[in-house]
Design a protein around this ligand. Structure first.
Ligand SMILES: [Zn+2]
Length: 367
C-alpha cells in the first residue's frame, strides 16, 4: 500500500480529559504534537473539532434480525459503524467468527466477548450459545474467555414463558463460579439484564459491567457505584420496549406491563444512574433488530435523558476508550480521530455528520 499523505488536523483537538490542543499532525499512522519536518505539498488539512475515535461498547458484528449474517454483511455493519465515527467496538456477542476482520485495516478495532451465554428457550434463538445446564456456565465462560478479547457476556435474565415474566437464568452459585472463571482468564464479565431479580447475584459475583440495567433499584444503583461497575444504558434498545410489550401483551400481560413501565421511565432511570455517579458507557446494541452506525442517535438519547452533552461525548470517546484499555491519545499514539464542523460537547447533533474519520492514520471518510 502506498504511504498515505500527512494529515494536519487543526482547530480544536481533544486528546483526553481536559487535554486540548490547537493542532496535531498524523504521519505513518501515529499522532504527532509537533510539525513533522519536510512537509510535502500533499499534506491534507482538516479544520474542525477533533476527538479520539468513538467507541460502541455494545454492538453485535455478524448478527442480524434473523441471527447470523454473511461475512460480507458483517463487513458492511462494521463499515457503517466506522463511517459514524466508531473506531473501537466491544462486540457484545456474535454467532459468527469475525476474527478475519482483524486483518482488514479499513475496519474498526473489535474486542470480542465471544458468544453470549444463555439457556435453551431463554434468549433469542440463534443469537447466543445455549448451554445444556445452568451449572455448565463457569466452564463455558472459561472457554469464551480463552477465545475472546478480554470480555465475556452472560445473558442474566430473559422472559420465562412458563412464568410469564422476566426471571434469572442462573443461580447465585453459577454466577459466582462464572465470574471467577472469567477473572482467572484475565477476562472481564458483562451481563445482559433487564430485570431487578438477577442484579444482586451479579453484583455479589463480582460482575464488571451491566448491559441495559433497566431493572436497577436505588439501593442496587448505590452498590453498582460502590463496586465501580459500569453500565451501558442502550437507550435505543430500551426505546423499543413498548413495541416488545405490545407484541407480548396478550400472552404475557405481567411481562408486558413490566417492559412498558421500564420504557416509560427510561430517561428518569438513566438520569438517576448519572446522578448517582455510575460510570455510563455508550452502546447502541446494533445487530439483531437495531441497525449499525447509530452511535450519534444513542448519544442524543443520553442527552435527552438529561446527561450533559460534554459528558456524553467523553463517555463515547476518550472515557470509553480508557475503559476498554485503549487510553487517551498522546504524542505517538495510533491516530484514530473523528473531526466535526462544530463542538459536539455543545451540540450533540453534530455527531451525526462527521467531517472526517481518521482510522489508523488514514482518512477513511470525508464529507
Ligand atoms: Zn445486545
Amino acid at each position: 500500500m502506498s504511504q498515505p499523505p500527512v494529515l494536519h488536523v487543526h482547530g480544536s483537538v481533544t486528546l483526553g480529559a481536559g487535554r486540548e490542543v490547537g493542532e496535531v499532525w498524523v504521519e505513518d499512522g501515529v499522532i504527532s504534537l509537533t510539525r513533522p519536518s519536510g512537509l510535502s505539498a500533499e499534506t491534507v488539512h482538516l479544520e474542525g473539532y477533533a476527538v479520539p475515535g468513538l467507541v460502541d461498547v455494545h454492538a453485535h458484528v455478524g448478527l442480524g434480525p434473523g441471527g447470523a449474517v454473511t461475512g460480507e454483511q458483517a463487513r458492511e455493519q462494521a463499515l457503517a459503524d466506522r463511517d459514524a465515527g466508531v473506531l473501537l467496538i466491544r462486540d457484545a456477542g456474535s454467532p459468527v467468527d469475525t476474527r478475519w476482520m482483524d486483518d482488514d485495516d479499513a475496519l474498526p478495532r473489535i474486542l470480542r466477548c465471544g458468544q453470549h451465554l444463555a439457556l435453551p428457550k431463554r434468549y433469542l434463538r440463534g443469537f447466543g450459545r445455549e448451554l445444556e445446564l445452568p451449572s455448565d456456565l463457569p466452564a463455558a465462560v472459561a472457554q469464551e474467555a480463552a477465545a475472546g478479547d478480554g470480555w465475556v457476556k452472560i445473558v442474566a435474565d430473559w422472559i420465562d414463558r412458563d412464568h410469564g415474566d422476566l426471571t434469572p437464568l442462573w443461580s447465585a452459585q453459577d454466577l459466582a463460579g462464572a465470574v471467577a472463571a472469567a477473572h482467572a482468564e484475565a477476562a472481564r464479565v458483562t451481563a445482559h439484564t433487564f430485570a431487578t431479580e438477577a442484579v444482586d447475584d451479579l453484583l455479589a459475583a463480582g460482575v464488571d459491567c451491566l448491559e441495559h440495567g433497566t431493572g436497577l433499584t436505588g439501593s442496587q444503583i448505590d452498590e453498582v457505584v460502590r463496586r465501580g461497575v459500569a453500565v451501558t444504558p442502550t437507550l435505543l434498545q430500551v426505546g423499543r420496549f413498548d413495541a416488545i410489550a405490545a407484541q407480548a401483551a396478550e400472552k404475557f400481560p405481567v411481562y408486558a406491563a413490566r417492559m412498558r413501565a421500564m420504557h416509560d421511565r427510561r430517561y428518569q432511570h438513566v438520569a438517576a444512574l448519572y446522578e448517582a455517579g455510575v460510570q455510563l458507557l455508550v452502546g447502541t446494541d446494533a445487530g439483531g433488530t437495531i441497525t449499525h452506525g447509530q452511535i450519534a442517535a444513542e448519544c442524543a438519547e443520553l442527552v435527552r435523558a438529561g446527561i450533559p452533552a460534554a459528558d456524553v461525548v467523553a463517555a463515547a470517546s476518550w472515557q470509553g476508550r480508557s475503559y476498554l484499555g485503549f487510553g487517551e491519545l498522546v504524542d505517538g499514539s495510533g491516530a484514530d480521530l473523528v473531526v466535526y464542523a462544530a463542538d459536539p460537547r455543545t451540540s450533540i447533533t453534530v455527531l451525526r455528520t462527521p467531517l472526517a474519520v481518521i482510522l489508523r492514520g488514514r482518512l477513511v471518510g470525508r464529507r
